[in-house]
Design a protein around this ligand. Sequence first.
Ligand code: GLA
Length: 487
Amino acid sequence: MFGLKACLSGGLLLLGAAVTEAKYIVPGARWRDTDGNLVNAHAGSVVLDNGKFWWFGEYKVQGQEEGGGVSVYSSPDLATWTYHGLALEPVNGHPYIAPEMIIQRPKVVYSESTGQYHMWWHADNSSYGLLLQGFATADTIEGPYSFVDATAPLGNWSQDFGMFTDYKDGRTYALYSNGDRREGRDVYLTSYNKEVTGLDEVVYRFDKFDLEAPTILQTDKSYYALMSHKTGYRPNNVVAFRADRLSGPWSQPWIVAPLNTRTFNSQSGFTLRIKGNRKTTYLYLGDQWDSNSLWESRYIWLPITIDDAKKTLEVEWHDVYDLDVKSGKWQPIQGREYLAIDAKTSGNAFKQEANFASRGTIVTGIEGNDSTVTFSGIQGTGKPQWVSFYYQNTDDMGFGDQPGGSPDRIGGSWQLRRIASVVVNGNAENVETLYQRDTHKGIILSTPLQLTLEKGSRNTITVGGLFNGFHYKGADIDRIVVYPPEN
Ligand code: GLA
């Protein structure tokens, strides 16, 4: 149904009229706020309030999983983000929001009845033993929010937490997985009371699918619920269910992205409906977790294609796209491709037959700074440009020659990423780090970097390998795609 190649080359087609002004959205890049800091709002949710988008997420402290609180950013266009600090700050000694507690998957909704903003999240201790829903309120959307309570929803357990407001009747629902124990492993959809201060009744239970990271989106005809499997911070195949009514019957689940891409290396968590004056666009807001360094985890935001007649939904990959939130229209940006088969290798790096790669060839054996691949004749503009590196990392949950680790085997450890070095025009003083997460054997994914090339067509880009804690190997390289600058 998908065909990765078709899907990726589809990314080069231009859709519709030119979109103005908006900055590009680049899934998986290091996203920076207007102060230049990395956006730190993981497992986030976005709400539109008075014409502005507000992104709430888990603020991850370097070296820690818990304790960071909830950060909040605002944006006029979903591409430029301004930091407003912590909306919910950890409080020392507090039973639920102390720095050693889990504050995950925050969601915010405006309550007409109380005239306040209500924040709900997964509240827990660091061993995930409490399984509660936290509740805090604020008079303004950016907070600060004051803690109200942490409760068990209708006496049940609650782990990964989602929230959904029906645009037809304004009713808000909680969506939560009830933990990993055998008595749990369901996902509940439960309505809130009118005030959104507590839960009312269970509307549906996704029974024993053992899924998490749930989110619901709504079209004029359907509801779609997206959820991931449970592999911690490792990505897997996100699935979707469809229904005419929230109370069901819900369909069988299906996989939303090309097989074996593990949802383009991401976990679900939120979906955003952008109702423009020309078009309604749906975005998948996923997390590309980096379990070596959670705070640096990236965001994979992608357009969703829905066919209500066929009852299908797919998440589409695009390296770089331009979204106009006013019209609701978006278009992929077209880049220029340079294939590894035409590039030059050094040292032990070499070109190898790979029937799934561009023109049947991939460069492998990249390691350190003496076994590299160099692309040349690259056209540049002298301004910062996005460059996508298409790679294959076959570590697959382990690395063969490490003690206790081996690809796809019992007891294998998840390597998660190789790190490549990227050097422009041989300038070894300026080495960029390119994280290359596991793909799968035969699966080529891309990851972007913003580079400044010289004006003209004489640029070179050299890819080598950097130390990832185990070795200096870079992933195999298929091609690079160079995108035009934003302005
Ligand atoms: C999954 C959940 C996250 C977090 C991690 C912890 O990824 O979806 O919210 O709890 O597990 O391992």
